[in-house]
Design a protein around this ligand. Structure first.
Ligand code: PLP
Length: 422
């Protein structure tokens, strides 16, 4: 039965047997009992599915993984301790020293730091590109050691909407893995698989949990990339000596298996059972929440656009927004709750505005039920140079507003009274 996405939000990932708990119990246990040596050996040999140690897999976390895999139409999901660990492990699964990846320069600040500073220290080069650049310019960056093209559906905080067709064409032509961080769109508003992506990454700390209660990340293998005899992916075609000579390309789920069996085993950045539970029940209401986040943000964006103290507003629902057409193509049912705007005048006015807010709070967070604001240039993007700030689309007067699911009139009234002090 092919259920619709809002049904999957509520029902996917866990099906109890008679007499079992209706929602996934929290399996707060590092390890699992076996009375049979052969059964345990089969688990280690990947001949059977099951749980033996929560650094690799845990039933509560598996329920959440199953739900996200269903929502993204993937073949396997791996839940991680945070969005950053999900991004890191996704890269390490395909790339090692001497390799390179391509990344849009309009990505979350933490991802930018990982790619620009930490990966090069490990011998992995990141070649950044402008997501709005023509195909030929991006393509030029690819060589035979390129292992991934990394992008964000809705870039944080520049709110650039990804041109999926352009990147998918490049990735297909060169047989390179196309990875998309789908955190701010969520599968409810955009399913990257429909537009040619091979891998989806989430910071589940955002909309999937939705309540600012649990840190987490997810990697979803969409099962549509060929590793077998692909010369770019030798590590999938050679025996893994650390796993009894396993050849990942021969398996039904090459990326997902390598990521868990090798990378999660070695880095141990797994989601905790408690966070798996919170994230699982968070997703129950994802479809409802995304509808409300999107409609609230659209109303707030329209209001800000007509305000004399506002210099500019970015939200792809606005008809004159540069990315409106792309948003209509890839996420027509709502453009999410994130918007950004610039206050006219000096940068100090940003602080006056934010400190005057009464309902909306200042937070280093986005994408949960409560509306919040942040000044990226002095916080999340503080480490970035002037040039990097420009590339990331973060001017000094940019205020990022994550519109929550409160009554939209109350959100607008709070902004109105705060702007009176500016
Ligand atoms: N990706 C995006 C788009 C984000 O906004 C964030 C965090 O804000 C991350 C990844 C990193 O996720 P986490 O904070 O869960 O490590």
């Amino acid at each position: 039965m092919n259920y619709k996405l809002d049904t999957l939000c509520v029902q996917a990932g866990y099906k109890p047997q008679t007499g079992e708990a209706r929602i996934p119990p929290i399996a707060q246990s590092t390890t699992f009992f076996y009375g049979d040596t052969k059964a345990m050996a089969d688990l280690f040999d990947l001949k059977a599915d099951g749980y033996f140690y929560s650094r690799l897999a845990n039933p509560t976390v598996a329920a959440f993984e199953g739900k996200v895999a269903a929502l993204e139409d993937g073949v396997c999901a791996i839940a991680c301790a945070s969005g950053m660990s999900a991004t890191s492990l996704s890269v390490f699964t395909v790339a090692g020293a001497g390799d390179n990846i391509l990344s849009s320069h309009a990505v979350y600040g933490g991802t930018y730091n990982l790619f620009s500073t930490t990966l090069p220290k490990l011998g992995i080069e990141c070649r950044f590109f402008d997501p709005d650049a023509p195909k030929e310019e991006i393509e030029k960056l690819i060589d035979d050691r390129t292992k991934m093209i990394f992008t964000e559906t809705v870039a944080n905080p520049s709110i650039i909407i990804l041109d999926f067709d352009k990147i998918a064409d490049i990735a297909k032509k060169h047989n390179v893995l196309f990875a998309v961080d789908n955190t701010l769109a969520t599968p409810v508003l955009c399913q990257p698989k429909k537009f040619g992506a091979n891998l989806v990454i989430h910071s589940s700390s955002k909309y999937l949990d939705g309540h600012a209660a649990a840190l987490g990340g997810v990697i979803v293998d969409l099962g549509n990339f060929n590793y077998k005899n692909n010369p770019r992916y030798t590590s999938f075609n050679e025996p893994d000596e650390s796993y009894h000579g396993l050849v990942y390309a021969d398996l039904a789920v090459p990326f997902g298996t390598k990521c868990r069996a090798q990378m999660m085993r070695d880095f141990g950045a797994i989601m905790s059972p408690q966070n798996g539970f919170i994230s699982f029940i968070g997703c129950d209401t994802l479809a409802l929440r995304m509808e409300r986040h999107s409609s609230n943000a659209q109303k707030v964006a329209k209001y800000l656009k007509n305000h004399p103290k506002i210099e500019w507003v970015k939200h792809a629902s606005l008809e004159d927004n540069k990315y409106h057409a792309l948003a209509q193509k890839y996420m027509p049912n709502g453009q999410g709750g994130m918007l950004s705007f610039g206050i006219k005048g000096s940068v100090e006015k940003c602080a006056t505005f934010m400190e005057s807010l009464k309902l909306i709070t200042q937070e280093t967070h986005v994408a949960d039920v409560r509306s919040c604001v942040l000044h990226p240039a002095s916080t999340t993007h503080r480490q970035l140079s002037e040039e990097d700030l420009k590339n990331a689309g973060v001017p000094h007067n940019l205020i990022r507003l994550s519109v929550g699911i409160e009554n939209p009139d109350d959100i607008i009234a709070d902004i109105e009274q705060a702007l009176q002090n500016v």
